[in-house]
Ligand binder design. Structure first.
Ligand SMILES: Cc1cc2nc3c(=O)[nH]c(=O)nc-3n(C[C@H](O)[C@H](O)[C@H](O)COP(=O)(O)OP(=O)(O)OC[C@H]3O[C@@H](n4cnc5c(N)ncnc54)[C@H](O)[C@@H]3O)c2cc1C
Length: 462
């Protein structure tokens, strides 16, 4: 609990109207998009930072007074990564959202941590360039949050994730000093790659204030192909057939039957609700190559046993399909008062077994699950609709999740592909990480944050 004098000091350090301290105001920042029962507290104070100097001043103050700091972008992470378990200061980046430099010649962009991905993409595209990482909620999520969670999205199959687009970072360290990481050049082999340590660290090592991003040329054209299957195994093997035909789609996404039906009710766009699953494949390149790519992909899909293969070239049609796919979380939320999503990844060769496993585990526990995912990567998002107020449903959901993670582990997968650990999966980290790697992570945390003020106890407990 912060003292009144701490709040007064913060109001002197920053503009007073950038400091919220009434409980009702702070309560709005107590949760994120994670949905679970946790013993978290309302933050004692929420401060809006506008400049790197603001961040430095607040961090220095927190360091001197041993106050926890939790950074917050748009609050859309799904694992409780930006909730306050111990109260303290929420550092809100929504006013620190500028694009600082855009160099089309160098294909780079320097942005503040609160810049929204949708805006970054829009500005890049105005000069024919492309920032590919695209978490489904890119229209609101920030670059700082995406760096902290190592966000991916549908386009990871071809283009990789946030980690592949970070050329440099400016971070504020736990004691308030500033560290510049990376030269901002396309290649940089000078010393340890510290920026990769910050990516995925969930705000536990340092606070990102600026990021220098790599951009690539925006492909001239794209097509979106939908293909239905009566059997998940066939859908998975279709991915290999496509690769064998030497096309490299940017996205190979998946929706199971429950998702197709749920999304079609919520956002009707003509999906075939009779089929077991659908693949949504996007391929990009020169206009002149599109038809050829679509032919090769369609043949590979048909050879793998697909039916109802369709292709959209038209922007409106493509957007409608992606809106449907991106709406799956919101659509699932219509089935029950609450929805709990997950994020797991297995080698692609084990995917069909994973989908079957999730379906039978959910059936065993009487849970409604819609499974979507970035199947090209082996990444699945089971979305479970339930009533969190029901002790029984909640207990069943937690037990079902534990079984899913055991299955992921037995299939050689990872606990998170792109959403991170936060507090939600912290209890499982020891089961998935090698004991020395976890020990070194703890030592790295101590080195960066000796007094433990930065997003305490997220990912693992010290
Ligand atoms: C409907 C929906 C769909 C989604 N789809 C995808 C998807 O397809 N792929 C995917 O990868 N993710 C997805 N996500 C998760 C989410 O998009 C990402 O985690 C997101 O990028 C987080 O951004 P944010 O600005 O909301 O961060 P927040 O949730 O505010 O914060 C996330 C973490 O970053 C830390 N943080 C924030 N700013 C900073 C900073 N400046 N310095 C240091 N740490 C900081 C926070 O403390 C916290 O630990 C989805 C979420 C929702 C709700």
């Amino acid at each position: 609990m912060l003292l009144k004098s701490n709040i007064k000091d913060l109001k002197n350090i920053l503009k007073a109207d950038n400091v919220l301290s009434h409980e009702e105001e702070c309560y709005c920042y107590a949760e994120d998009a994670g949905n679970f029962r946790a013993s978290y507290k309302t933050p004692d104070v929420v401060v809006f930072v506008e400049t790197t100097e603001d961040v430095q001043k607040v961090v220095r103050y927190a360091y001197q007074h041993n106050i926890p700091i939790v950074c917050r972008g748009a609050g859309t992470n799904t694992v409780g990564a930006c909730i306050c378990e111990e109260g303290g200061i929420v550092l809100n980046f929504s006013k620190m959202n500028k694009i600082l430099e855009f160099s089309p010649d160098d294909m780079t962009m320097k942005v503040q941590a609160g810049a929204v991905l949708g805006e970054i993409k829009k500005v890049a595209e105005s000069e024919g360039l492309y920032y590919p990482p695209d978490p489904s909620n890119f229209k609101v999520s920030t670059i700082g949050g995406s760096i902290a969670q190592s966000s991916g999205g549908a386009k990871s199959f071809k283009y990789g994730t946030t980690k592949d687009y970070i050329l440099g970072l400016t971070v504020v360290l736990a004691d308030g000093n500033i560290m510049k990481i990376g030269a901002g050049t396309i290649k940089d082999a000078a010393g340890y790659h510290l920026s990769q340590l910050i990516v995925g660290s969930e705000g536990t090592l340092a606070i990102v204030v600026e990021a220098e991003l790599k951009l690539i040329p925006k492909p001239e054209a794209s097509a979106v192909i939908t293909a239905y299957f009566d059997d998940t195994q066939k859908a998975v093997s279709a991915v290999n057939s496509i690769i064998k035909s030497r096309v490299f789609p940017s996205t190979i996404d998946f929706m199971d039957k429950n998702s197709i039906n749920t999304v079609e009710k919520f956002y009707p766009c003509g999906l075939d609700t009779e089929k077991e699953c659908v693949l949504i494949i996007e391929t990009e390149g020169f206009k002149i190559s599109m038809e050829h790519q679509v032919q090769l992909i369609s043949k590979a899909l048909a050879d793998a046993g697909a039916s109802g293969i369709d292709c959209a070239y038209d922007e409106k049609q493509k957007e409608s399909l992606w809106t449907a796919r991106r709406s799956s979380y919101a659509a699932t939320a219509k089935l029950a008062p609450d929805v709990i999503t997950d994020d797991i990844i297995v080698p692609r060769s084990k995917l069909a077994g994973m989908v079957d496993g999730i379906q039978s585990i959910c059936k065993e526990y009487g849970l409604q699950a819609c499974i979507v995912g970035h199947i090209g990567d082996g990444n699945l998002h089971p979305q479970i609709a339930l009533n969190m107020e029901s002790d029984e449903e909640f207990k069943n959901c937690m037990e079902a999740k534990a079984k899913m993670y055991a299955l992921v582990s037995s299939l050689g997968g990872a606990l998170s592909a792109e959403h991170g650990i936060g507090i939600e999966k912290r209890a499982y980290v020891e089961k998935f990480l090698d004991k020395y790697s976890l020990e070194y992570m703890r030592r790295i945390k101590k080195l960066f944050d000796p007094t433990g003020i930065l997003n305490p106890n997220k990912i693992f407990k010290i």
